[in-house]
Design a protein around this ligand. Structure first.
Ligand SMILES: [Zn+2]
Length: 448
């Protein structure tokens, strides 16, 4: 099939005006000028998107699909108080709720042009939803305990789950990893155990240096994370003592940064020496600008990280934090916040953020040989984004039009592995009416 549009953004190469992408089966075969490809392949069926952009599907470097139905529940509290409230509310969910909440997240991903998720899940619902939806993903099994005697049991349960998830999931599109939740919810021995387990290259994701409260918790033993929130995770854990070091230095001591395939999430509370540590250990960073701003967590020093060669991609985080899985919002807010704080000396541009949402995120996950850009031989993970609406025309520069004017509603069509998984408010892999009805039921349940 020949896909055509006003703009084709291969990402790894300059954009093509009036471009075309030839897809056969699950692969991209050729990219070029419309007329040229039409002449070369006169019998190929054509799907034209008009005034739109064709680009690689977004890679959401950090999310929790199973938390989607907790969207909008706690909106006006800073990180630690938000987390505390959420921990209370999520107890109201039963196993089926987690499944359907994850399906809602998978549905929203496809509609938002997200073709790969790096998802942290405790129940496994995210992986099952990703599989049903046809998403590509790294599904990280979350582990957490602050009690040393529980570490071995927590790891044994996680290893059994990971083995089972690997057995039942589509190995072509889904990879299973492990996620020690955060410095305030994991005993140091748990970091050590995960590091040993993941020494074989098993993907690791951890929330790290996310909030000021976490920084205060690790370094000074203070903040609400050391009291109320910790009591929810492990009321019986011994008193937490100050470590005197930053969160990055703290987890470094416990070996987790030595694992070969690590994505650190947030990293707002890092100084130059922390950035040096992350760079020296080849740690990738999931930047979630909207969540960081909304929960008052801080600002990730993206430019400094890029200058040190750190792989940085964008994550939406869960809708329970950021309200929607809208990568356009992440690109826009991410870019504007960096411009606001860096000033004219270090002016970042729209193209950098589109790259962070695609090819750079693929590099962060080590899957750039298969996805992240439109190149012959890569998997056909492609989206079409409408650029014809009144808030978008005229279009002069496709990258800035995407970043400054588009939103998730402008995604027209989503393809993963050559299969159309979203097309004009239709989701061929999902029962959207049932999922929307279940979301309303979950809303009623959460009202108590
Ligand atoms: Zn998260």
């Amino acid at each position: 099939m020949l896909l055509t549009a006003r703009y084709v953004l291969p990402i790894a190469a300059p954009h093509i005006e009036n471009g075309a992408v030839l897809v056969r089966d699950d692969k991209i075969v050729e990219i070029g000028d419309i007329e040229h490809l039409r002449t070369l392949h006169p019998d190929e069926p054509v799907q034209d998107f008009g005034l739109a952009a064709l680009l690689p599907g977004f890679i959401d470097l950090h999310t929790h699909l199973e938390y989607t139905a907790l969207r909008g529940l706690v909106d006006d509290l800073p990180y630690s108080r938000w987390k505390y409230q959420l921990l209370q509310k999520e107890r109201l969910f039963d196993a089926q709720d987690w499944e359907d909440s994850a399906l809602l997240g998978a549905l929203e991903s496809l509609q938002s042009g997200i073709t790969t998720v790096a998802d942290v899940t405790e129940t496994g619902a995210s992986g099952r939803a990703a599989q049903v939806a046809g998403l590509r993903g790294i599904i990280y099994r979350e582990v957490a305990t602050m009690e040393k005697p529980l570490v071995a049991g927590v790891m044994a349960d996680a290893e059994a789950d990971i083995e089972e998830w690997r057995r039942v999931s589509d190995g072509g599109r889904l990879t299973i990893g492990i996620a020690p939740h955060a410095p305030y919810s994991c005993h140091p021995e748990l970091f050590r155990a995960v590091a040993d387990y993941a020494a074989d290259g098993t993907p690791v994701s951890l929330h790290l240096a996310g909030s000021r409260e976490e920084y205060q918790f690790v370094k000074y033993g203070s903040s609400m994370l050391a009291t109320d929130v910790r009591d929810v995770f492990d009321a019986d854990a011994p008193l937490w003592l100050p470590t005197g070091v930053s969160p990055v230095r703290y987890v470094l001591q416990w070996g987790i940064l030595d694992a070969p395939n690590v994505v650190a999430v947030h990293c707002t509370q890092v100084d130059d020496s922390d950035i040096e540590v992350l760079a020296n250990h080849n740690i990738a960073v999931a930047h979630c600008p909207r969540c960081n701003a909304k929960l008052g967590m801080g600002i990730t020093p993206v430019l400094k990280m890029l200058e040190k060669g750190i792989r940085v991609g964008l994550g939406t985080d869960s809708p329970a934090a950021s309200n929607s899985m809208d990568v356009f919002e992440e690109m826009r807010i991410g870019l504007l916040v960096q411009r606001a704080v860096l000033g004219e000396q270090h002016f970042m541009v729209a193209r950098q953020f589109v790259k962070m949402a695609t090819l750079d995120a693929a590099r962060a996950l080590g899957i750039e040989d298969r996805v992240g850009s439109l190149e012959p031989g890569k998997q056909a993970d492609i989206i079409a984004v409408d650029l014809s609406k009144s808030h978008q025309i005229p279009t002069h520069h496709p990258y800035s039009t995407l970043v400054h004017t588009a939103n998730q509603e402008n995604v027209l069509w989503t393809m993963i592995d050559g299969r159309v998984v979203y097309d004009a408010r239709e989701w061929p892999t999902l029962d959207h009416e049932r999922i929307f009805a279940r979301a309303e039921q979950m809303r009623m349940k959460l009202r108590v």
